[in-house]
Ligand binder design. Structure first.
Ligand code: ZN
Length: 356
């Protein structure tokens, strides 16, 4: 028997691996410093964790799309006052859709061999669980995401990962057209429009993944250049996040932010996070007025080319130093896995070279 938390961490690692091909484990998980994702944008913590764990299940699947389905289907598993057990992920009382009994605009699907399947009473089939699967569809694509040896359609972890598997048509699939993928889930244009609108709205707010908000609030591209050679014999100690000049740069976590001007970094910021980690960002074109105590997602400045980035494409040089509340932040770790997870909604292309 595994603990749910441990398995979800390994699932997150696997998702990141699919995204970049470079990653092994989420860095911030190692120090235990990152807080669990809080309830955000009206999504309770347990479904949020399930959606984020299943994002990037295949290329083209963003976790926000799964959240859109969960929102439209059952309000993230809250139909009729249901709630999710934070340890098992199971939603109780069990949720069932209306009987598919052939009444006007409803298909007629007799229960047949599914009588009693996860509580189905018959005589008609009903959609089951927080992601509202028909029994045959769930069974065909089922994944036991939390490793309790049962693929349970009432379990958010299993249901959401199964939805990812179905949307992707398998782990080796991909989603090139979100609308087409969603139409397979539910053949209704109105439904698909609703899910996409929810997903797009969610992508436009600062939602932490593994406790960290994407520090660039707009389309961004980056690759893993950790340790790459830089001028003066230096090694690259961060990630260069390329974005349009003037794109907002936001606090990745809550904490105390201060402005820091230096010849290499230009207009840069230092942030002592409430999560116990230190964050550094450089080459801003301008600062905002919001320094001091800031929330995650607070705009600190704007992407630019200041310091030694003059002549490069505009980018944010971004560093994470675990466990540094104050003093000399001298021990950064590769921030690429963290931003790859947090920035999936904004990420375009695989990145540019030539940062600093
Ligand atoms: Zn850099």
């Amino acid at each position: 028997m595994h603990t749910r938390r441990g398995l979800l961490r390994s699932v997150l690692g696997g998702g990141a691996l699919l995204l970049t091909g470079l990653l092994t484990v989420p860095i911030l998980g190692a120090g235990g410093a990152a807080p669990p994702p809080a309830a955000v944008a009206g999504i309770p913590e347990t479904p949020l964790r399930a959606y984020q764990a299943a994002g990037d299940y295949c290329p083209g699947l963003r976790w926000e799309l799964l959240a859109g389905i969960g929102s439209v289907e059952t309000g993230h598993g809250t139909t009729n006052g249901a709630t999710a057990d934070p340890d098992t992920g199971e939603v109780t009382p069990w949720i069932f859709g209306p009987p598919l009994d052939g009444s006007p605009s409803v298909r007629a699907l007799p229960i047949g061999r599914w009588l009693g399947w996860w509580g189905l009473p018959g005589p008609w089939q009903q959609a089951v669980g927080p992601m509202q699967f028909l029994p045959g569809t769930f069974t065909a694509w089922a994944i036991d995401a939390d490793g309790d040896e049962v693929a349970n359609p009432h379990d958010l972890d299993d249901a959401v990962m199964t939805a990812a598997n179905y949307l992707c048509q398998g782990a080796n699939g991909e989603i090139a057209d979100e609308r087409a993928a969603l139409l397979r889930y539910n053949r209704s244009d109105a439904y698909v429009t609703k899910v996409l609108a929810y997903a797009d709205a969610l992508a436009s707010v600062a939602v932490p993944v593994n406790g960290v908000v994407c520090p660039v609030a707009g389309p961004v591209s980056f690759i893993d250049t950790w340790g790459a050679p830089r001028s003066g014999g230096r090694q690259h100690k961060g990630v260069d996040m390329f974005a349009a000049y003037g794109t907002p740069v936001v606090a990745p976590v809550a904490g105390r932010a201060e402005q820091s001007k230096n010849s290499l970094g230009g207009l840069s910021f230092r942030l002592w996070g409430d999560d116990g980690n230190f964050y550094y960002g450089a080459h801003l074109s301008a600062y905002s007025t919001a320094f001091g105590e800031v929330k995650a997602g607070t705009i600190l400045g704007y992407v630019g080319t200041s310091g030694n980035a003059q002549g490069t494409s505009p980018h944010l040089h971004f560093e994470i130093h675990p466990g540094r509340r104050s003093g000399d932040p001298s021990s950064p770790v590769n921030p690429t896995p963290t931003v790859a997870a947090s920035c999936s909604a904004w990420r375009i292309g695989v990145g540019l070279s030539g940062g600093d």
